[in-house]
Design a protein around this ligand. Structure first.
Ligand code: DGJ
Length: 698
């Protein structure tokens, strides 16, 4: 809901339990009033009537108060907007109008010197406390006016209330070790997270959370901001000299340039979403999950199937017969979606060749993919394939024909990673080629699922002949989004997974057009607990793909673990199997079948329930709980038992203290109050033990 007061210059947005308020002063300064628990419009108006801070030489009266600080004028904070022509740098605004459209508020401004229009967008939905913010910048000058260099255009600047101490939570990592949660105290100055790599990156998820005065998992105030952008990005957290915290975020990493705006040109930033919660880190996560399930992830109400993926089993050495054999085994244990990974196309027999040529390898699939897809369907499963459309190997028909289609700088080395180059998706002809290839592929065989990979970062991101700042960085992402949107529209039955060497492209932007993400190439079930713990801070289990692979873990660390431990670890998200099933004994196949059956029973609770992190994976006992209506599922893991110690009971959350809960597996009945206060006893022992507990309110 949006309310307007103060002569049309004060706005109050209200969500499920929170409010956000802002005000336009009589000098057209857009100042922040409130972000936190619900307040009334009268409260917002009284905040707006308060005098500005006192004047001090050497300090700005605007810094830390503005909704969208621009470069220029009496400001010293990191600007959200930086624009220049050869003659004039910085901006000065006049307010030109405002509008509400349902739950969206639009505030318009203009800079007559630059002929620049700016629209700030705000949306707070009735069922959530997430505030979605983004901005549109337009060159409104006449034809022939000077082009504008847009050096920076953030989506928003968030201002937090003054508190004694702020702590930052972030999700950092690297390939095979993504999304690990780190907490640190913030000091005066600036902390910058981001990616300069052209994709979201394994190094940081575009999310920060700030808590003051020590929030815990279930209590305390937490502010979070998450960016919906799958290219290079930057989130800057600044503690200003007076202690105010301000967070800016948007596409592009540095100020060296975002793109060039010609007269008539516009640029729309990604959405930078903000959430206030007083339910601790767990409450904040559940609010983020609910918002993504309701408003971001497509078809989120639909459960994701149990999949099999052949990558760890076969690598590049694949054949139709081998895939058929794997498919039969997968069907036998209850898999619902069979995915052929890399190496089914072109001359792709290793990572040295074939990327770019999206037709089945005739030596490996003489009849194309349809015969295999038909067999998979005949076995009662859906059929999926792997693609990496944004890339090309130098050893490919595409590159031989179109060497100018890759990102490059004239006369410079074309850097290869994994023997591949990045296509310049900003080019219309590249977009047309990819559409033709992928649409043709999805039309040529009954494909139900596409795993869309991206296995290297941008390095030589040049577009010969294009003026600087080149729009290649932003347009690559827009073209990717447009391609996905168009494919989804033309092939509505096809689901998409975002992958980038594991979790290198996980963000709200890609999640708004894919059905799930590949969380990490690290399928070690113990390492995965920490990765999944981090992932759950922001994203729901419904989007988190997790595979059971072989033991010893062949991909990374050789760790030996039981099938039980591997399954319970992967059952915390969207269950998949990625081991070499042809090497599994009959007893393992039988056990796997039981785990898959159990997963299908608990799936609605895991994928659509509310998630409570009961204990973090830090060496001993860890556990996650899911609650959906009357149903409760607890997954627990013990890394190592020391000195014969007994594990503490798991104190459950989100239960009705007055109700009784029955376990369908043991018929035991537990009191809700006891589960909440004393906790659930687990009897986990030894090293790498795990268990699933089911409870139902009676
Ligand atoms: C990287 C992915 O993360 C893997 O799962 C697999 O698809 C390989 N690429 C294939 O090249």
């Amino acid at each position: 809901m949006i309310e307007t007061g103060g002569n049309g210059r004060t706005w109050l947005l209200t969500g499920a339990a929170g409010s956000y308020a802002l005000h336009l002063t009589d000098r057209d300064e857009l100042v922040h009033l409130h972000w936190g628990p619900r307040i009334s419009l009268a409260d917002a108006e009284s905040l707006a009537a308060e005098p500005p801070p006192p004047y001090w030489p050497f300090e700005s009266q605007l810094d830390g108060r503005e909704e969208y600080p621009v470069e220029g004028g009496p400001r010293f904070v990191r600007p959200a907007l930086s624009v220049r022509t050869p003659a004039v740098r910085g901006t000065e605004w006049r307010h030109t109008g405002s509008a509400t459209d349902g739950d969206e508020l639009r505030l318009r401004f203009a800079d007559p010197v630059h002929h620049l229009g700016l629209t700030l967008h705000y949306r707070m939905r009735a069922d959530s406390d997430v505030v979605e913010r983004w901005a549109t910048v337009a060159h409104d000058g006449p034809a022939g006016a000077l082009g504008l260099e847009l050096l920076r255009a953030d989506a928003a600047a968030w201002t937090l209330p003054r508190r004694e101490r702020w702590r930052l939570s972030q999700l950092h990592g690297r390939w095979a070790a993504e999304s690990r949660l780190v907490r640190s105290d913030l000091a005066p100055g600036e902390k910058v997270l981001g990616s300069r790599r052209g994709h979201t990156g394994h190094q940081h998820l575009p999310w920060v959370a700030l808590d003051a005065e020590g929030a815990t998992e279930e209590s305390g105030e937490v502010y979070g901001c998450a960016l919906g952008w799958s290219g290079s990005w930057r989130i800057a957290v600044q503690q200003l000299p007076d202690g105010t915290m301000q967070i800016t975020g948007g596409a592009g990493h540095d100020d060296s340039g975002l793109l060039r705006l010609a007269p008539g040109g516009t640029y729309t930033t990604p959405v930078f979403a903000g959430l206030w919660s007083d339910g601790g880190f767990g409450g904040a996560s559940r609010a983020w999950h609910a918002w993504q399930l309701a408003h971001v992830i497509p078809d989120a109400g639909r459960s994701r199937p149990v999949l099999y993926n052949s990558w760890e089993a076969t690598g590049f050495d694949i054949s139709e017969e081998q895939q058929r054999a794997l498919a039969r085994r997968a069907a036998d244990i209850g898999v619902e979606l069979f995915v052929v990974d890399d190496a089914w196309f072109g001359a792709r027999v290793s990572d040295r060749a074939g990327l770019g040529d999206w037709t089945p390898n005739p030596d490996r699939f003489p009849g194309g993919l349809k015969p295999l897809a038909d067999e998979v369907h005949g076995l009662g499963m859906r059929f999926g394939i792997w693609v990496e459309p944004e890339m090309v190997n130098a050893d490919s028909d595409l590159y031989r024909a179109r060497p100018d289609w890759v990102q490059h700088h004239p006369g410079r080395t074309r850097t290869e990673f994994r023997n591949q180059l990045v296509l310049n998706l900003a080019r219309d002809d590249v977009q047309a080629y990819l559409w033709e290839q992928l649409d043709g592929l999805l039309s040529s065989a009954p494909v139900d699922y596409v795993k869309w990979d991206f296995n290297r970062c941008f390095t030589d991101a040049g577009w010969p002949g294009e003026p600087y700042p080149q729009r290649l960085w932003t347009e690559h992402v827009h073209a990717l989004y447009a391609l996905l949107d168009r494919l989804r529209a033309a092939h509505p039955g096809v689901a998409f997974e975002s992958c980038s060497g594991g979790g290198g492209r996980i963000d709200l932007g890609i999640l708004s057009r894919t059905d799930q993400v590949w969380t990490s190439d690290n399928t070690d079930p113990l390492d995965r607990l920490a990765i999944q713990h981090g992932f759950s801070q922001l994203h729901p289990a419904r989007a988190m793909a997790a595979w059971v692979t072989d033991s010893p873990n062949s991909q990374l660390n050789g760790r030996v673990s039981s099938l039980r431990f591997r399954f319970v670890s992967a059952m915390a998200g969207v269950l998949g199997i990625g081991g070499d099933l042809t090497g599994w004994g009959e007893d393992e196949i039988a056990e796997a079948r039981e785990w898959v059956d159990l997963y299908k029973e608990i799936r609605p609770v895991v994928q659509h329930g509310e998630l409570y992190r009961l204990r973090a994976p830090d060496g001993g006992l860890s556990a996650v709980q899911y609650v959906r209506g009357d149903d409760v599922v607890v997954l627990a893991w013990l890394q190592a038992q020391h000195y014969g110690e007994q594990q503490p009971p798991l104190r459950l959350r989100g239960l009705d203290p007055g109700a009784a809960y029955a376990c369908p597996d043991t018929s035991a009945v537990h009191r809700g109050s006891v589960l909440l206060h004393r906790g659930l006893r687990t009897a986990l022992r030894g090293d790498l033990d795990a268990a699933v507990f089911r409870l139902r309110r009676i």
